[in-house]
Design a protein around this ligand. Structure first.
Ligand code: NDP
Length: 336
């Protein structure tokens, strides 16, 4: 049986792996059968990760994190988790290939998934002019007219990136002001290929075998119009990927996994969670990485307490939490 299994290969998962591996816990990291590296694999330039003053491409950053985790002894498995059994002292993880692994502790860092518009055409046209990933699919829209839906940083980043290929990029946003950071907004406003369509919701996507346009509804007047397009990119945020733990771990009203205070302790002893899957607000690569650190340290404390408590998960979890609390009390006393 392993000490730790980490599920997820984004910044949270790999940072947890770096810490756990350096603590000689020989973690097993279950990445994914499709694409290892999480959401940053779909990003172009990452300009806000400290330590890279010139910026770094998302996939390069993830490659470095993986290399660092492996350097200290993390074993990476390229498969999907299909089932989790987290009750009791032995946690069991079943993989898509039928394999099973056991560990004393689990760190759950599955990140978040692209949000969908909720339109019936979405599934049919996905990959046929409808995309959630500009980096993956932008190349196919050379000299075309396309649109990006959304008003956040992702939408601005995607729209700006897509102007490398497309002749024209509309940004369709449901309000008349953007949620994106000022610098990303300004970059999009300054780009002559980008045109904003304000107060507009996509009510339907047109096209039998490929996207040919959309029906737009003015969110203020209710007026309906059509916009011809060769492609549509959806960048309206992400939802935490929690389907594996529904009914097993407590969730917050926002749908993220509930953790105890600033820790990574979930409602089940020995199960820790980190990154976007616990964070409805900040969701940055660097905050996810920090969160992965917290999870690895919490898991380490738990494993140490497990030895003191003859393998009782609840007692170990309580003891580890108590030790953390005592440190906090000591610090508070010292500050007085
Ligand atoms: P956000 O949640 O920040 O923004 C989502 C946007 O989509 C909002 O403008 C929202 O509208 C709109 N939206 C949500 N649901 C719908 C819907 N059903 N129909 C139409 N529009 C909808 O998500 P992002 O993915 O943009 O960003 C997530 C996080 O990642 C943020 O913290 C962001 O800063 C960060 N990020 C940073 C980047 C960078 O620094 N390079 C690049 C990309 C992301 P409304 O505004 O009305 O709520």
């Amino acid at each position: 049986m392993r000490d730790i299994i980490i599920i997820g290969s984004g910044p949270a998962g790999f940072t947890a792996a770096i810490y756990a591996a350096r603590a000689e816990l020989k973690p097993l990291l279950i990445a994914s059968s499709v694409e290892i590296g999480g959401e940053l694999m779909n990003t172009t330039e990452v300009e806000n990760f400290p330590g890279f003053p010139e910026g770094i491409m998302g996939p390069d950053l993830m490659g470095k994190m993986q290399a660092q985790a492996e350097r200290f002894g993390t074993e990476v498995v390229y498969d999907d988790v299909v089932e989790l059994d987290v009750d009791g002292p032995v946690k069991r993880v079943k993989l898509g290939n039928g394999g099973e692994h056991e560990a004393k502790a689990i760190i759950f860092a599955t990140g978040s998934a692209y949000r969908k518009l909720g339109l019936p055409e979405e599934e049919r046209l996905s990959g046929h002019g409808l995309s959630w990933c500009a980096t993956c699919d932008g190349f196919f829209f050379r000299e075309k007219t396309i649109a990006v839906v959304g008003g956040g940083d992702s939408a601005m980043e995607e729209a700006t990136f897509l102007t490398r290929f497309a002749d024209k990029v509309y940004v369709i946003h449901r309000r008349d002001s953007l949620k994106a950071s000022k610098i990303m907004q300004q970059r999009a406003f300054d780009n002559p290929k980008i045109e904003f369509v304000w107060n507009a919701a996509v009510d339907a996507i047109h096209g039998d075998t490929a996207v040919t346009g959309v029906t737009l509804r003015d969110t203020v007047s209710g007026e309906v119009s059509a916009l011809d397009l060769d492609g549509l990119f959806v960048a309206i945020g992400n939802d935490p990927r929690t389907h594996l733990v529904h009914g097993k771990l407590d969730l917050t009203p926002e749908g993220t996994i509930a953790v105890d205070g600033r820790s990574s302790r979930t409602s089940v002893p020995g199960v820790f969670a980190a990154g976007d899957v616990i964070d409805p607000i900040y969701r940055q690569a660097v905050t996810a990485a920090g969160s992965g650190t917290v999870a690895a340290l919490d898991a380490e404390h738990y494993l140490a307490a497990l030895e003191d408590t003859s393998g009782d998960p609840s007692a170990a979890s309580a003891e580890a939490a108590e030790v953390d609390e005592l440190v906090a009390v000591d610090l508070a006393d010292a500050a007085r």
